[in-house]
Design a binder for this molecule. Structure first.
Ligand code: ATP
Ligand code: MG
Length: 361
C-alpha cells in the first residue's frame, strides 16, 4: 500500500479509517450565472471506510451517490464538510502540495467501461500511462513491462491482452482493464460507481469476485455504489442507504437487510426478490408499503420536510446490538421495548415490528 502522503509524526493507527467523510454537503447552482437557485445533492453526509473494508452505497437514482464519490475523488468540490484520508483532511491541503499524492490514494472506477477507454489505443497504453503519471514505472523498461504483466494478470486477464484494442474486449474484460488502471497507482481506496451495471449478468459476479479478491489480497478499501441490494449483500461488509442526499440508515450488511429500520430501506428491501425466502416478493404488499411510506414520512420522501422530521432527522438511533453498527435517522423510529426490536411507531400500514416485516416481506 502507498503511504507516501501520510503524516509522519502523529501518523494514522490501524484504527484510523482509510477514508472518513464528515458533514459533507454539495449544492449545485441552478439556472444562469446570477440565479440563486440550487440543487441540494448532498446534505450532512457522514461515512467512513475502514482499512480493507467494503461499504456499499445504495439508493435510488438521483439520491447523490455519484456526487459523493466524485467529491471524494476530488472531481467535484463539496460545499461543506471534511474528507479525511488516513486522518488527513484533503480539502484543507494546499491544492498544489500533495495533490497528486492524494489523488493517487483514491481511484475511481466508473460504470461505463466503454466510455472510459479511448478506442485508438492499445490496453498497454492505458496502464503504462497510469504507471508513468504516478511515478510507478519502476525505473527500467524491463521493470515496467513486468509491472504491466502483473497488473493485467492481477485482474484475471492474459498478458497478451496488453496488445489488444478496447473494441476487441468484452464489457467485462474492459471493466477489468479499468480496474487494472486504478490498481496501477497502488491506491488505498477504490470508489466503484456501479461498476457492473452495464455488464452482462453472467460476467457481473466475476467482477465482484475480483473486487473482493483485491480487498483480501491488497487490503484496499472500497466504496461500492449500486442499485442492486443483492450484490451489495454479496460483496459488502456494511451498507449505507442514501436517500435525497442523506444517509438515512447504515449497518452491517446482513443485519441491515434483515432488520431494515427506515421506511425507505424497507421499501428497497421489499423490492428484492429473495430466493432464500420462498414467496418473499409480494408486489401488492410492496405497493402498500410504498403508499404507507409516502403518507407517513413527508420528510425527504416527499421533498417537503415536515417539522417533526426536519428537527429530528439528524438524530441517529442505534438499531439492535451495537456490534452491528446499525443506525437509522428517522423520526418515526422507536426502539421496541423489551425486544431490542426495530419498530416504526404508530403507522398502521407499516409492519409493527421486524418479525412481522420478515413475515410480510
Ligand atoms: N453537475 C451537476 N449540476 C447540477 N446538478 C447535478 C450535477 N450532478 C448531479 N446533479 C444533481 O444532484 C443530484 C444527485 O445526482 P447523482 O448523480 O449524485 O445521483 P446518483 O445517486 O448517482 O444517481 P444514479 O443512480 O442515477 O447514478 C441529482 O438531483 C442530480 O440532478
Ligand atoms: Mg450515479
Amino acid at each position: 500500500m502507498s503511504h507516501s502522503a501520510m503524516p509522519t509524526s502523529s501518523g494514522p493507527t490501524d484504527e484510523t479509517p482509510a477514508l472518513e467523510i464528515r458533514g459533507l454537503g454539495k449544492q449545485f447552482p441552478l439556472g444562469g450565472l446570477f440565479s440563486r437557485e440550487s440543487v441540494r445533492a448532498l446534505h450532512g453526509v457522514d461515512l467512513s471506510l475502514g482499512r480493507g473494508e467494503i461499504v456499499a452505497l445504495v439508493g435510488e437514482s438521483g439520491s447523490g451517490k455519484s456526487t459523493l464519490a466524485r467529491c471524494v475523488a476530488r472531481l467535484e468540490r463539496p460545499t461543506t464538510g471534511e474528507i479525511l484520508l488516513d486522518g488527513v483532511d484533503v480539502l484543507k491541503r494546499d491544492r498544489f502540495q500533495a495533490s497528486r499524492a492524494f489523488r493517487a490514494q483514491v481511484q475511481m472506477v466508473f460504470q461505463d467501461p466503454f466510455g472510459s477507454l479511448n478506442p485508438a489505443h492499445r490496453i498497454e497504453h492505458f496502464l503504462r500511462r497510469s504507471l508513468t503519471i504516478h511515478g510507478k514505472t519502476g525505473g527500467s523498461e524491463k521493470e515496467t513491462q513486468r509491472r504491466l504483466e502483473e497488473l493485467i494478470t492481477t485482474v484475471g486477464l492474459q498478458p497478451d491482452m496488453l496488445n489488444s484494442y478496447p473494441h476487441e474486449l468484452s464489457g467485462g474484460q474492459r471493466q477489468r482493464v479499468a480496474i487494472a488502471r486504478a490498481l496501477a497507482v497502488e491506491p488505498e481506496v477504490i470508489l466503484a460507481d456501479e461498476p457492473t451495471s452495464m455488464l452482462d449478468v453472467s460476467v457481473r459476479i466475476g467482477v465482484l469476485n475480483l473486487m473482493r479478491k483485491l480487498r483480501d489480497d491488497k487490503g484496499i478499501s472500497m466504496l461500492y455504489i449500486t442499485h442492486d441490494l443483492a450484490s451489495a449483500r454479496y460483496l459488502a461488509d456494511r451498507i449505507a442507504v442514501m436517500f435525497a442526499g442523506e444517509i438515512v440508515e447504515q449497518g452491517e450488511s446482513l443485519d441491515l437487510l434483515a432488520n431494515p429500520a427506515h421506511p425507505y430501506t424497507q421499501l428497497l428491501v421489499s423490492a428484492v426478490p429473495d430466493p432464500s425466502r420462498a414467496g418473499s416478493y409480494d408486489p401488492v404488499r410492496r405497493a402498500e408499503l410504498r403508499q404507507a411510506v409516502m403518507a407517513s414520512t413527508s420528510c425527504a420522501l416527499e421533498g417537503d420536510p415536515n417539522q417533526a422530521c426536519s428537527s429530528e432527522v439528524s438524530v441517529r438511533h442505534q438499531v439492535g446490538d451495537p456490534e452491528n453498527r446499525h443506525w437509522v435517522r428517522c423520526h418515526l423510529y422507536r426502539p421496541w421495548a423489551g425486544a431490542g426490536g426495530h419498530a416504526l411507531a404508530g403507522e398502521p400500514a407499516l409492519p409493527a415490528n421486524d418479525t412481522e416485516m420478515k413475515a410480510s416481506a
